[in-house]
Ligand binder design. Structure first.
Ligand code: ATP
Ligand code: MG
Length: 853
């Protein structure tokens, strides 16, 4: 082990070595991306251990749990797992939780026991809702939920900045949005009361929220000297990665536990101010820049200047972005250690779907031609919303992937719930899984006890619950247009299921009650009526109208949307509502699902279900679900359907295109399974720029490199907000790439991936400088649309930009074909060129094979 450690230390360059071994009580390493900061942290731990420091005397704080695991793994390789496992590593939150488990009962007046529960955001919202109710009982549920969330997040923000409760002034525009509830403005003056009541309720249930973990630990260390001293004695060496993104509470904590007053201890922090990207969440890069030096006596600062990660053109591109509007002060340029050019390419496409298609086919090529592994490939985007196009495109190409930091779209709970409603609509008497999933979501009096009773009856009759409750659905005629239309209008208006729909069907609850002496309560009987009525209404809508219309009806008439709005479906209602909107839009855009697979699209236009089954290789898996009873397949209803050939398009079950949509969904889900089966590591990674921090990949696709996205501009905040953080975020993204970097822009885009919502897009203001400084960058275009790099936003650069070339308008031809034709470096219409490289390329537009230059 000792030998391994020595070898590892020898692999460091001189600067890194010096930093890792530095014996000053406080060390600050400021260095750019890929310069080996994290490696130095690891090396230092190994070095300390080799010097005889006990592993329990070392604390390493990382930014994510994953980073902690990685660090332990690396140390395990070096030192053996036994030694590595004793080292304390974790995020600030997990370290605090550990401290509090040991010491919290010592904190006077804390009223907390060491077996406290940690409340997540969801729990916090619920507690705050209680507070809102107790202070302002007359607030409507929806408003109260919204308000509760706002207060929780205000409180969180406040504590992240380590402000005291009394510093809070209730003047922020933050509160304007919740002032719509009557009387709120006056009642609101007492915000601190909300906070303290919230805290009281948390404490009453022995709970701490995430911010408490930090805040209470800081309070503990301030008020209980013994705890502080014991910890200072224990952790003699503290190391913190990504120090530029610590907030004040975290910084305080480091100060309090740091052993600087004790001899032979050290605090070692590494970070990069150019990569500070969490100010919006309360991080304060000043901690790294100036404060540390002031607070930690004898602080030594070190710099690392070599980049071991990326090829030179990639670093050039990154520096180009950073230089927009002027280089940050004190920025140290990076020198690439790796020899070679790698590959940087800017690709312009027509729209987001072509972007996803291009990336997917490029990934295929990287794998087949370059021998790249999936795990060496990452797709980075600014906002989570952008992931869906890639999820779908990769899914169709059967390329395994993982979405970091967020669930894949089709796995999000609200999407799964709505999908179950759709499945039940399609197959009411068969799909018992779907039925079980939503029978009481939202709650409709069909709780566990009632379900158990019903289940017993079903078992006694030898059928499943779906057959018991929905078995007759198949025979009930769908509503005709005249009956349906006014009902739909009512749903649209009231956002409820019209009561009279319930009377259109036999009352199965009462029948079962009578026949089996079930004693179902009134609520349950009504719930069953409503569910059945909903299914009838949805089936009729699917038949006469579109899939999107069906989605809407289900969402509203089931009460699901309302329950999301009220927060009954868990945290983050706005996000869930947006996801529901996306589902609705996707459903409303048959091209996006019917065209996923050429063969199946044909079948949707008139092939029989049998053809479909053979098209699937005989398995029938993932196919449109066909009503099957007693093993016999039959059409849902025999009467000819008037709507069939119009909007509905003629599906096998007589429910219009619904089965085809469900087929798309199940294919997506099937691929989710495929993802799970694939070797955990062998997947393409999709993530936001924020999540990519600290990671590296051989091949990086930086997608959506357009103004408004990179930098992200929300509504009116241009000018109001400091966009430097956005610039740094782009810098972080680019510097994740080791070998190949692809930057993608589109002519038009819908961030949600909904064709009808596409808007013209402009390349990012950072692109010009990126292309200028990243030597030898290739620009290609698959787009038939106009593309101009001329960008009014880039007002820090008033050269006579030769970038004002534009791609000639071409009739659209085969997607994804790109032709690159090398020409000299001259200003030509029809392409882009590199100003510095002789061998720069200009590209023709797609499909022609000829440069229009
Ligand atoms: P970031 O700012 O992005 O977090 P970083 O400064 O932490 O980057 P590391 O992740 O530690 O950089 O290192 C980047 C890559 O360079 C890693 O793959 C690491 O193993 C490699 N590396 C760093 N130093 C050396 C070295 N001296 N010899 C060989 N490889 C090195
Ligand atoms: Mg790092």
């Amino acid at each position: 082990q000792y030998k391994k450690t020595q070898e590892y230390l020898l692999s460091l360059n001189e600067e890194q070595h010096k930093a890792a071994l530095c014996s000053s009580p406080a060390v600050r390493v400021k260095a750019g991306p890929g310069s080996g900061k994290t490696r130095v942290v690891t090396a230092r731990v190994a070095h300390l251990l080799s010097q005889g420091i006990s592993s329990s005397g070392i604390l390493v704080i990382t930014f994510t749990n994953k980073a902690s695991e990685e660090l332990k793994e690396r140390l395990g390789h070096l030192l053996g797992t036994n030694v590595a496992k004793d080292i304390s590593t974790g995020t600030f939150h997990s370290v605090c939780a550990r401290i509090l488990r040991s010491y919290i009962e010592d904190l006077p007046g804390a009223k907390l026991k060491s077996d406290f529960t940690i409340f997540d955001r969801d729990d916090s919202d619920k507690v705050m809702r209680q507070v809102v109710d107790s202070f302002m009982g007359d607030t409507p549920a929806k408003e109260a939920n919204k308000l509760a969330k706002e207060i929780v997040s205000a409180y969180s923000q406040m504590r992240n900045q380590h402000a005291s409760l009394h510093d809070v002034k209730i003047t922020s525009s933050h509160l304007d949005s919740c002032n719509s509830a009557a009387g709120l403005a006056t009642k609101f003056r007492n915000l601190p009361n909300f906070f303290s009541e919230y805290t009281r309720l948390c404490r009453e249930s022995n709970g701490l929220d995430f911010d408490d973990l930090l805040g209470v630990t800081v309070a503990l260390l301030q008020k209980v000297p013994q705890a502080r001293e014991e910890l200072q004695q224990r952790w003699r060496h503290i190391l913190v990665d990504e120090f530029q993104d610590t907030n004040s509470a975290q910084y305080h904590l480091v100060k309090l536990i740091s052993p600087s007053s004790v001899s032979n201890g050290s605090v070692f922090v590494v970070g990069d101010p150019d990569q500070a990207i969490y100010e919006w969440r309360g991080a304060n890069p000043e901690n790294m820049e100036n404060q540390f030096e002031l607070d930690f006596k004898g602080c030594e600062t070190m710099f690392l200047n070599c980049n071991y990660r990326s090829f030179a053109p990639i670093l050039g591109a990154a520096e180009g972005v950073l230089s927009h509007g002027g280089m940050p002060k004190l920025h140290q340029p990076l020198m690439a250690v790796r020899e070679g050019l790698g590959h940087v390419e800017h690709v312009h496409v027509e729209h987001e779907r072509e972007e996803a298609g291009w990336v997917t086919s490029q990934i295929r090529q990287l794998k087949s031609k370059e021998g790249s592994k999936y795990e060496d490939i990452a797709v980075l985007y600014r906002t989570n919303l952008q992931s869906r196009s890639f999820e779908e495109s990769l899914t169709s190409a059967r390329i395994p992937f993982r979405v970091l930091g967020e669930k894949p779209f089709w796995q999000r709970s609200e999407i799964k719930d709505m999908t179950c409603y759709l499945r039940l609509t399609s197959n009411p008497s068969v799909d018992v899984v779907a039925l079980n999933a939503i029978i009481n979501t939202p709650s409709r009096g069909l709780g566990a006890k009632t379900l158990e009773k019903l289940q017993n009856v079903a078992e006694a009759q030898g059928v499943n619950l779906a057959q018991l409750l929905m078995g007759d659905m198949r025979k009930i005629p769908l509503l005709d247009k005249q009956t349906l239309e006014p009902l739909l209008a009512e749903v649209e208006m009231t956002k409820l299921l019209p009561d009279r729909t319930c009377d259109l069907l036999p009352d199965i609850g009462s029948t079962l009650s009578k026949e089996h002496q079930l004693k179902l309560n009134k609520e349950a009987i009504k719930g069953l009526k409503q569910l059945r009525a909903l299914v009838l209404l949805a089936r009729s809508t699917a038949y006469h109208r579109t899939v999107a219309g069906t989605v809407k009806v289900l969402e509203l008439a089931s009460g699901y949307r309302q329950s999301v709005e009220e927060g009954s479906q868990g945290d983050n209602a706005p996000k869930k509502l947006r996801n529901l909107d996306i589902l609705h839009s996707v459903a409303g855009d048959p091209d996006s699902w019917a065209s996923r697979d050429g063969d199946l699209r044909n079948t949707a236009k008139g092939f029989s279900s049998q053809d479909l089954i053979s098209a699937s290789g005989g398995t029938g898996r993932g196919l449109a679900e066909v009503e099957m009873l007693d093993g016999e397949e039959r059409p849902l209803q025999s009467e000819p359907s008037p709507g069939m050939n119009s909007t509905a398009g003629g599906g096998v079950s007589g429910l219009g295109q619904l089965p085809w949509f469900l087929q798309h969904v199940s294919l997506m889900r099937e691929l989710d399974e495929l993802k799970d089966n694939a070797e955990a590591q062998q997947r393409v990674s999709l993530m936001t720029l924020h999540t990519s921090k600290g990671l590296e990949f051989r091949n990086v696709f930086f997608v959506g490199f357009e103004d408004g996205i990179v930098p992200l501009i929300r509504g009116q905040d241009e000018g109001a907000r400091n966009l430097d953080e956005e610039k740094r975020l782009a810098y972080v993204g680019i510097t994740r790439a080791m070998d190949r970097l692809y930057i993608l822009t589109a002519t038009k885009r819908s961030i949600l991936g909904i064709p009808s919502q596409r808007k013209p897009a402009t390349p990012s203001r950072y692109l010009k400088r990126l292309l200028l400084t990243g030597a030898g960058i290739k620009s290609t275009s698959t787009s038939s649309g106009q593309f101009s790099l001329h960008n009014n936003n880039d007002n820090d650069d008033n050269d006579n930009s030769p970038f004002r070339g534009r791609a000639k308008k071409e009739p659209s031809s085969r997607q994804g074909v790109r032709t690159v034709t090398s020409v000299g470096s001259a200003v030509k219409p029809g392409g882009f060129y590199d100003t510095r490289k002789e061998n720069a390329t200009i590209t023709g537009t797609r499909g022609t094979g000829v440069s229009k230059g």
